[in-house]
Every structure is written in C-alpha cells, then in structure tokens.
Design a protein around this ligand. Structure first.
Ligand code: ADP
Ligand code: MG
Length: 623
C-alpha cells in the first residue's frame, strides 16, 4: 500500500517466528487461545480504565465487552475481534514488532539451545503463534488515543503499518485477520473452532461468540405445479408475507395449504462459553475436572498435569472475598533465581468481578509466590487507583486469611498422602482414592520445600505451622523423608532436645564423629544438608516446646549423666594444659565431651558462633 510505513522485526522476533513455524507445527491449535487470551487482556484493560473514567467505553456497540470470531470460507480468512483497549500506532510497532517480556527472550534462548518443545507450555508464545496457521496476518486496531491503523506482515522479517482508510471503523478494539495457509483449512470449520474454544478458553471472563451458520426449516408458498426450485429466493421476508396471505385468504386456502418446507442457512452470533466465573460457584458443585481445567487456563499450561492441590473458599465478616488457590505440579525454573529482587505474584486480583491486576504483591508473602490463583473481593473499593488500593486496610486481613488457607491446603497434601502416615494407619487405608494421593507430599517437598524453609525464616507468625510442613532425612528415616512430629514420636524417654547436624550431604554427615555417641545411645539426629538450612536453624529455635540442638556445637547435653562431673574433675589438669598449649588465638576453650565414642577429640564451634558448615557457606559466598 502506498501510505504504508515499513519496519523490520527485532532480531529476536524473527528467531521466535522461525522457532514457531519450524517446531510447533504439530501444536498449531494454540494460536487461537493466544489470540483469545490477548483479546481478554485488552478487555480487562479497558474495563479497568472505565472504573475511574466511564467515558472511555464510549456508547452503543462500543460498550459491549466481548470477543467475536468470524469465518470467511471463500477468502480463507479467520478473524478475531475484540472491543478491548486497542493499540495506537506506537503500540503496534512496539507490541507486535519486539519482544518486550524478558520471559519470552529467555524462552527463545532456551529453545535454541535445548530444542525442548515442552518449554512452550511454560512460556506461551503469544501473538506470533498466528504464523502457525496463517501466512499473512492483518491487525486492525483502534485505541481511544489514536486513529485506526493496520499492521500487516507475511512473517518475512518485516511488517508494515498504515493509517486505515479502507476498512470499516472499529469504534474501539482490535480485529486480527488471519489469511490461512493452504494446509490450515480445518480452521475454517466452525466445529473445529468451537471445540478449541471449549478446550482452551472456557474460563475467559468475557463472552466469546462465533458467527455460526444454522440450517433452518422455512415454510415457503408452494406453486400449484411445484416448479420452484429456486430456493435462494426464500428469505425470511417471504415467510412473513406468506403468513399475511394466509390471513387474507383464510377461507378458501384452509382446505389445502400450499406451502412447502425448504432448508435455509442463516447466521447468528452463538455464545461459546459460560461466563459465570468458577470462583463464584459453590465449591461443592465444581468438579475436579473443572478445577484442573481452570488451573490450566490460569497457568497457561496445557499439559495433562494436575495441580497438586487447590483451595476454594469464601471469607466472610469485615472483609469479604472469594478465592481459589492452586499448588502447581512443578516449580517454575526461575522461582528462586531472583527471589530477593523479584516481586512477582501469581495471584490475580478482582474487585467485584472486575479484573484489577496480576501484579499485586500485597496479597501473599514472597515465600508463597509459587501459588497460583485469584482473589475476588467485595470489600475493596472499585473506583480508586491501584496505588490507593495497595494501601487499603483490608488487604492485611485478606493476606492473613490467604496465608492460613494456603498452609492448610499444603498440610492437606500431607494428610491425604498414605506415604506420610505411620505404618499402622497405612495398613488400614488402601482405597484407590488414596493411591492417587500417594507420594504427593514428597513431590510437593521436592518442588517447593525451599519455599517452606524461606517461610520459616521470614514469617514469625506462622513459624510453627510452617515447621509442621518441614521434611528431612535423619539417622532413623531409612532414606525417606520424615517430619518433626514423627521425630518427636520416636524420641527416647527423657530426651529433651531435637538433635540435628548440618553439612553438605547425608553421606558426609553419616560418618561424622559428632554422631558417634548419639548413635550408640540410639538418639535420632536430623541431617540438614541444604545451604539454606543454616539460616533456617537460626530462626527455628524450638518446636512443640523442644529445643533444637546442633550436635556439632559446644554444650551438647544428652540427658543427665552422673559421671560428667567426675570426668571433668579428673581431666581438669589436661584440659588446662591443652588450652594454654593451643593458645587463645586458636581455641576458645578445651572441654571434656560426652558426644564421642571412638574418635579421641573433635573441634567444635561455640554455642553462639557459626557452625563449621556455616563458615563454609559464608566463605563460598564472599565475592
Ligand atoms: P503477552 O500477551 O504475553 O504480552 P503477546 O505476544 O500475546 O504477549 O502479545 C504482545 C502484546 O501485544 C500484548 O502484551 C499486548 O500489548 C499487545 N496485544 C496483542 N493482542 C492485542 C489485542 N487484541 N488488543 C490489544 N493489545 C494486544
Ligand atoms: Mg498473549
């Protein structure tokens, strides 16, 4: 076109398109859910703006917040239109010409090195997936702040943008026209599109319509000799006429009605989704399958994996809200990579059914960032800025309740897991329902255990609840994971403290001289082998009135021993001599110990100093 401005795609976009076209061909279907999800995002944005400025919605059809799918079988065009926020010319250049999200860039890098198609599920390829099915795409868009523009590209490294002077005005929003490839003919079938919307876009909160054809029976007047086979003349207007005629000539026509039935194709907008949000429904009436599908739509993950757990509840009282929380089956790769800088929450916030934000960090503490879900509050005000919302006093209450529910949900994974119960309980319960839950907690622990530990460090209020969720190996756990409650149930009569030791691996710790006497006396010792465990144990002082004792630190007490005093007395001279011989720079003290069995002596750290393992960690961290 003469007035078109030409642009080149950012190099990464071209690479992403190559990857999409060359490696996702067996996954073509995804383009539709990406487009619908973008349309839904755009509708969310305009609805959000309209909360503080009603005028942005305009009037008439512009106020209808919906998504429309239309097919042109002859021209082989599939179009998806929304009345969302639309894009200005600048938006079109930026959003559909570069990769703004760091996540997608990371995806391109990883795809190029690993070629692992499963990564798609984790990243979502977005708009550019249109080139799986189309060789030419037009994006017509109108934002309130600009004129209507057309973006077009054949995925040949370049795109063009022109002011739109030939299409019908959109009013507001975006229409994406896909000129389908020869081999993508299946997407011209209504049934195929309906199936895809059902499968992938069921939980979109705006109505999705398709311009659907319908075969209807129409009564038309039959000629005396019945020679009329020109069916195309039978429009609905002729039907009305025939009725009028009937009325007129009722007397003589009644005996032999001269009409016949013909098939006629009509078109109408057919609604494809049920827009009643799942979280507004009664939890008892929502099936497991629906929750799983809902999870997949939130996570933009369309694998078959089920979430590990979910919690759907209504909070009542001063602060009212509904929430659905999910524990994903897997931790995202970057969950802990930038833990202390990133402020990323996966909870969507709605206020009275209106989507507000998915970047709202005030709802959950950082250590629960692995959860997915949404909160819909009736108490929060609608027509205030995001900044004001962030300061709203009821957020504290919401957060508190969400944490409680989240921890309950996690505890339930353990409670329902037959691997977690004691042997006695295990024998009693062998129902198939429990088989499905088998091993779920250790799966949870492997993926998210670190989050629980970070929680113990950061959340003093819930420390005890979190400590209950802690799992570890010990001298008596026989290669399995065990809990503090199980440890306590195995404690020897008279044992006051919970013993633990820290180090780099279980194998290294098992042979530690620090364990000799404890093992001989049949005390259980916990192995803490994760670097974060050192920090953890600075915060976790006690559990159920039992103190934690690091067996490699000074002052280890293994219960009362009457010989202790005697031994101390008789070796007094030796320890004194030794202490002066080693001098103050090398050791703080020399003492008689009761923790050793075969080894004659060990170096221990003082009660208040860093353990040897901590020294090691700190050294490895100094830059
Ligand atoms: P993502 O949706 O994850 O941001 P996409 O590749 O799907 O990435 O889309 C890129 C950007 O293009 C979006 O962030 C949005 O700004 C813009 N965009 C895409 N489709 C639409 C649409 N229908 N209406 C308005 N903006 C859109
Ligand atoms: Mg998108």
């Amino acid at each position: 076109r003469s007035n078109a401005e030409k642009f080149e795609f950012q190099a990464e976009v071209s690479r992403l398109m190559d990857i999409i076209i060359n490696s996702l061909y067996s996954n073509k279907d995804i383009f539709l859910r990406e487009l619908i999800s973008n349309a839904s995002d755009a509708l969310d944005k305009i609805r959000f703006l309209s909360l503080t400025d009603k005028d942005v919605l305009g009037e008439g059809d512009n106020t209808k917040l919906d998504i429309q799918i239309k097919l042109d079988k002859e021209k082989k065009i599939l179009s998806i239109r929304d009345r969302g926020i639309g894009m200005t010319k600048e938006d079109l250049i930026k959003n559909l010409g570069t990769i703004a999200k760091s996540g997608t860039s990371a995806f391109v890098e990883k795809m190029q090195t690993s070629g692992d198609l499963n990564l798609i599920g984790q990243f979502g390829v977005g708009f550019y997936s249109v080139y799986l099915v189309a060789d030419y795409v037009e994006v017509i868009s109108k934002n309130n702040d600009d004129k209507q523009y057309v973006w077009e590209s054949k995925a040949d490294g370049a795109f063009a943008i022109s002011e739109d002077t030939w299409n019908e005005p959109l009013g507001r929003g975006t229409e994406i026209r896909l000129h389908l490839k020869e081999e993508a003919g299946e997407y011209l079938q209504e049934s195929k599109l309906k199936e895809l919307v059902k499968r992938y876009s069921e939980f979109i909160n705006f109505p999705i319509y398709i311009w659907a054809s319908k075969e209807v029976d129409v009564e038309v007047p039959a000629d005396e000799d019945d020679s009329s086979d020109e069916e195309d003349s039978s429009e609905s207007s002729s039907k009305e006429e025939s009725e009028d005629e009937d009325a007129d000539k009722s007397e003589d026509e009644e005996k032999k009605p001269k009409t016949k039935t013909v098939k006629e194709t009509t078109y109408e907008w057919e609604l494809l989704n049920d827009v009643k949000a799942i979280w507004l429904r009664n939890p008892k009436e929502v099936t497991e399958e629906e929750y799983t599908k809902f999870y997949h739509s939130l996570a933009k993950d369309f694998s078959d994996e089920k979430p590990l757990a979910w919690s759907h509840f209504t909070a009542e009282g001063d602060v009212e809200f509904k929430a659905v929380l999910f524990v994903p089956p897997k931790a995202p790769q970057d969950l802990y990579e930038s833990y202390y800088n990133a402020n990323k929450s996966n909870l969507k916030l709605y206020v009275r059914r209106v989507f507000i934000s998915d970047e709202f960090n005030e709802l959950l503490p950082k250590y629960l960032n692995f959860l997915l879900g949404l909160v819909d509050s009736d108490t929060l005000p609608l027509n205030v800025s995001r900044e004001m919302l962030q300061q709203h006093s009821s957020l504290k209450t919401i957060k508190k309740k969400l944490i409680r529910k989240a921890l309950d949900m996690i505890r339930r994974i353990a409670d329902e897991d037959p691997d977690e119960s004691t042997d006695k309980e295990k024998k009693e319960d062998t129902s198939s329902d429990n088989n499905e839950k088998k091993g779920q907690y250790s799966k949870f622990w492997n993926e998210f255990g670190k989050s629980i530990k970070l929680g113990i460090i950061e959340d003093a209020t819930n420390r005890n609840r979190l400590a209950k969720l802690l799992r570890f190996e010990s001298t008596k756990s026989e290669g399995k994971l065990t809990s503090l409650d199980q440890y306590i149930s195995r404690m020897k009569a008279g044992q006051k403290d919970i013993f633990y030791i820290t180090g780099t691996s279980k194998e290294q710790l098992e042979n530690s001289p620090f364990l000799e006497r404890l093992k001989k006396k049949n005390f259980e010792v916990i192995f803490f082998t994760d670097p974060v465990d050192e920090y953890l144990m600075q915060y976790l002082m006690d559990y159920e009135d039992k103190k934690f004792q690091n067996v490699s630190k000074e002052g280890l007490k293994l219960g009362k021993d009457s010989k202790d005093k005697e031994l101390k007395e008789s070796f007094k001279d030796l320890t004194k001599w030794w202490k002066t011989a080693l001098s103050k720079d090398n050791v703080d003290d020399v003492k008689i110990s009761n923790r050793l069995d075969n080894t004659p002596c060990v170096v221990v750290t003082s009660k208040f100093g860093w353990s040897a393992n901590m020294e090691r960690i700190m050294q490895s961290q100094t830059l």
